[in-house]
Design a protein around this ligand. Structure first.
Ligand code: DGJ
Length: 556
């Protein structure tokens, strides 16, 4: 099979017909949009990336076995792992493809897709992954300088030599992928890693200062909804935000050029990840300046159109902030994609909140068995403890991910995470409301779980037919009424009473015609048994085991 692919690909360079056949067999992954909803298309159909990111230094022959065993335990369908510029281009213009080939071959053997992370000019704001020959020549491959002229541990976005070198290397990398990955193991590429700068708001080099006082480019004015008379400089137009906006513009322009060059060679979906600012209190100076933080997303969109996704690395874990970040990065011009987050038990539920905003992918960080910078996560007598919450999610969603991605793209799916102090949540589906409740025992009113770990997913398959799943929650359905009518009803969900609503003066009561429990096999729901009696009289209950139900509803 593999040989055939390679042969077909070799022939493809000389025969247009073969190219066509190849493209049809394994279309290049892409991101499509319909009515503001996005899908990541892999093998011609919507794909939900259930990923895990390895630790930074794990992509080596000695450590990859400790990555794959974790990926297997997690039931992840995608590994996110870096490609290191320092390894890839040990001498100027000499490229070493061995790391890429190794991870491609191993991913194929494990039947897992890849998101490759180009650790290029920026890594968490630093230039640490630049090859030695660049690190040793800081005059040519310039660093950002601060207000008092000191070089910082961050690359300058105005260093032309660095930009040229990055374009050259990234293009070689993308070209190699195009040739070496005809079966599309790699579905997305991340360009740089957490671009920006710590310790100064912008570059204060003479070049940068000259541009800072020059008129703000028209495309930035337009993107940021600003008007100016007389061609004002950045400080005039943006006031206290001028430095961070300027740095974002400079970095976005640089990364946009790298991305465009790579995409011209091989048009895979590309994204940039953001070290976030706290959206409620992120004053300049309190966060890494220049990356795609929520306040400068429009600048990034304007300056780096080859980047398909601006993606949040979410380590801000309190519930309102996490949900706010999801909202801020779910925009009509930006698919929601979470390339890094935390895999703790309380955070695992946020995957469902992300799916509720049509996320196309999600990936906790550092989920492998190598030495980590979080040794506290490695519990000696339970080495899998830190993987457990993510594994639980993926065991459930992995087999059904094609349906989840498709239903979400079609606008038929809603999903939620438990919020502290909010024991019920209502999802509206036309003639039906789905009521999700947490922490109510049989016959008891919902009071929330002791820890907020509940999550639910409901999709409408037909007018009266729903796919329902989740953990640590109960889902019931109620005929939808007007707000007035809902207020007048006396339903207590989850006490064995039938949810009912007064509509046009007549009570309408929900009845379960049939509740099917099943399991996904080869991507399709397979009926196993009918649930009834105690299993449905108090609604549809989900604990910590993966369970998928199909509910057929009627009223009487
Ligand atoms: C975010 C970065 O993008 C990752 O590469 C890693 O450094 C984590 N922070 C912290 O471990």
């Amino acid at each position: 099979m593999k040989l055939w692919i390679v042969a077909a690909f070799a022939a493809a360079s000389t025969a247009g017909l073969a190219v066509h056949a190849q493209v049809e067999k394994y279309p290049v992954p892409s991101i499509v949009q319909n009515n503001g909803r996005y899908a990541l298309m892999v093998d011609g159909a919507p794909f939900l990336m259930l990923g895990a990111q390895s630790n930074n230094s794990s992509d080596w022959p000695a450590t990859l076995p400790k990555v794959w065993s974790a990926i297997e335990y997690l039931h992840a369908n995608t590994l996110e792992t870096p490609i290191y510029w320092e390894q890839f281009e040990p001498r100027p213009g000499q490229f070493d493809y061995s790391q890429i080939d190794m991870v491609l071959a191993q991913a194929r053997a494990h039947h897992v897709h890849l998101v490759l992370l180009w650790f290029g000019t920026w890594k968490n704001g630093s230039q640490h992954y630049m090859p030695e020959w660049m690190k040793l020549d800081p005059d040519r491959y310039a660093h950002v300088v601060n207000k008092i002229g000191e070089r910082l541990d961050s690359p300058s976005p105005f260093a032309h030599a660095s930009l040229d070198a990055d374009i050259h290397a990234f293009t070689a990398f993308m070209h190699h992928l195009k040739v070496a990955d005809p079966d599309r193991t790699v579905v997305i590429v991340q360009v740089e890693n957490e671009t920006g700068t710590w310790g100064t708001l912008r570059d204060y080099s003479p070049d940068a200062n000259r541009l800072f006082t020059s008129p703000v480019p028209d495309d930035v004015l337009k993107a940021m909804n600003k008007t100016t008379t007389g061609g004002g400089g950045w400080a005039d137009v943006f006031g206290p935000e001028a430095d961070v906006d300027f740095h974002a513009w400079a970095i976005a322009r640089y990364v946009g050029k790298v991305a465009a060059a790579g995409k011209a060679v091989y048009p895979l979906p590309l994204y940039v990840n953001a070290a976030l600012r706290d959206p409620s209190k992120g004053a300049p100076g309190s966060y890494e300046s220049g990356g795609p933080t929520d306040n400068v997303l429009s600048i990034w969109k304007a300056e780096a159109p080859a980047i398909d996704i601006l993606a949040p690395d979410i380590y801000l874990l309190d519930t309102p902030t996490y949900l706010k970040v999801l909202e801020l990065y779910h925009r009509p011009d930006n698919p929601l994609f979470i390339p890094e987050t935390t895999g703790t038990p309380q955070a695992a539920r946020f995957l469902f909140a992300a799916l509720g905003l049509q996320a196309i992918g999600y990936s906790p960080f550092g989920l492998d068995y190598t030495r980590t910078n979080h040794p506290e996560r490695m519990v000696p007598d339970n080495p899998n403890a830190f993987l457990e919450p993510t594994a639980q999610n993926y065991q459930l969603l992995g087999p059904m991910m094609r349906d989840v991605a498709r239903l979400n793209f079609e606008g038929k799916l809603q999903a939620v995470a438990e919020v502290e102090g909010q024991p019920t949540q209502t999802l509206h589906f036309g003639a039906w409301d789905a009521i999700v409740s947490y922490g109510g025992g049989r016959g008891g009113a919902a009071k929330g779980n002791a820890e907020p770990i509940g999550r639910a997913l409901v999709a409408q398959l037909n007018d009266n037919q729903f796919l329902v799943t989740g953990f640590d929650c109960r889902v019931d359905f109620r005929p939808a009424g007007t707000e007035q009518e809902k207020r007048s009803q006396t339903v207590v969900v989850g006490t064995g009473q039938t949810p009912s609503v007064l509509i046009d003066g007549k009570w309408q009561h929900r009845q379960f015609l049939r509740v099917e429990e099943g399991a996904y096999e080869n991507g399709a729901f397979k009926f196993q048994r009918i649930l009834n009696g105690d299993q449905t009289d108090w609604g549809l209950n989900f604990g910590s085991e993966p369970e998928v139900l199909r509910a057929f509803l009627a009223t009487y």
